[in-house]
Design a protein. Sequence first.
Length: 291
Amino acid sequence: MTYCVGMRLNAGLVFLADSRTNAGVDQVGTFRKLSVFENPGDRMMVLMTAGNLSISQAIRQVVSTYISPEGATIWNATNMYDAARIVGDAVRAVHRQEAAQLAEYGVDFNVSLIFGGQIAGERCRLFYVYSAGNFIESHDENPYFQIGEAKYGKPILDRVVTPHTTLDDAAKCALISMDSTLRSNISVGLPLDLLVYEDGALAVTRFVSIDEQNQYFSQLRNSWGQQLKTVFEGIDAPVWNAAPGATENVLSSANAGNRPVRIALPPGMIAAEPSAPVQSLAEGPASTSQH
């Protein structure tokens, strides 16, 4: 599996990809999933892939050499929309060539791509390309796309990333998103490829390959974990069955009438004596009075 995230911001673009393709007890595969199509001064484009590795590599090769019936290629497309169409056409070409044979062996045509960049004369653009070759474009309402194991790293992106986020903050957020995924899913792994592109540069601005020894990423992982624990410990524990208005951290009011759905005892079974109610430590000793 994999995890990749791409962001389109007012200041430029951020791309981050892991390099894990499979993980088992005695076999770990590592292949880079971020590829750059660059003609400095004219265009800078990035393709990230997730899904079946053989399909992804075939698509990347076709994209780099594809010529449409009109003569358009990734290298002479006049805008990013036309370049994204070429990527979609490449996906369909590989599907026509491989899908039927893969299906005979029970293998789905499984691939998704993030494609973005800038061509001289227009703004930065970012696209999500599906396995059918169709795609959608990022706008201010959705300034980022994820592919692969997206769920673990999504919450931090939703809370932080907007079109106005700076490139450095976006890179930091992407790395935290990746760290959350690394901690929760063995199918995502180091090294990472991080590319940060400044609007108007028309060439790769900043790029780093991150491994276990990377100073900043190690510091970020430790600091983020420690600060999460600090924030967690600073939140008051809930108070159960409190009188209305007694405190601000009431989870359950005494008169709210909260009841779980209880399944009736089988016929003939005698109910046991009820045990003492479970209470929060904030409430003190349980009351013995009857209500």
